[in-house]
Design a protein. Structure first.
Length: 173
């Protein structure tokens, strides 16, 4: 059984994952409107991935005799100064999500809620991957730049990354 504190933290995380999905979905639309189909595809894929993250926590709460509650979710911003600035925001957001997951894991450990602590290990590993992924994209901006030629190559790379991620998830290589 989940403590009241743990239930609140997990429900807050449900809503953070839902909001994350909305952020990426909005960013996908922005990329599409700027003629960056690779970025749009990549971010749309990440929006769907965040919904899966939300669903897993939602189901865990309900399977643990709690009640998942979807709260109010603010609208994400829809305009960005540049593609690079957008990816800086993504990286910062993923670092924030990591902080929140770590806080939940810390409380689970303190409360000796080892079921939840074990459940969260997947999220901890996932957040490590997410931070590394988006830091790698920012590194590409540093190498290639974000001028039109650089954006073209980054957009192509994002498309390849989205295709590779989708293939890995479906077991196709």
């Amino acid at each position: 059984m989940l403590s009241k504190k743990m239930l609140k933290m997990l429900n807050d995380q449900v809503n953070l994952e839902f909001y994350s999905s909305n952020i990426y979905l909005q960013m996908s639309s922005w990329c599409d409107s700027k003629g960056l189909p690779g970025g749009a595809k990549f971010l749309r894929h990440h929006a769907e991935e965040e919904m899966m993250h939300m669903s897993k926590i939602f189901d865990y709460i309900n399977d643990s005799d709690g009640m998942a509650i979807v709260g109010e979710i603010k609208s994400p911003k829809s305009e960005f100064q540049s593609v690079k600035a957008m990816f800086i925001e993504i990286y910062d957001h993923e670092c924030y999500v990591t902080k929140k997951i770590n806080e939940i894991a810390g409380v689970a450990f303190e409360e000796k809620d080892f079921f939840t602590f074990n459940f969260l290990q997947w999220y901890i590993a996932e957040q490590h991957e997410e931070e590394a992924l988006f830091k790698g994209i920012l590194d590409k901006f540093e190498i290639i730049g974000d001028a039109k030629n650089g954006l073209f190559f980054i957009d192509q790379e994002l498309s390849k990354m989205a295709t590779a991620e989708a293939s890995a998830e479906s077991g196709v290589e």
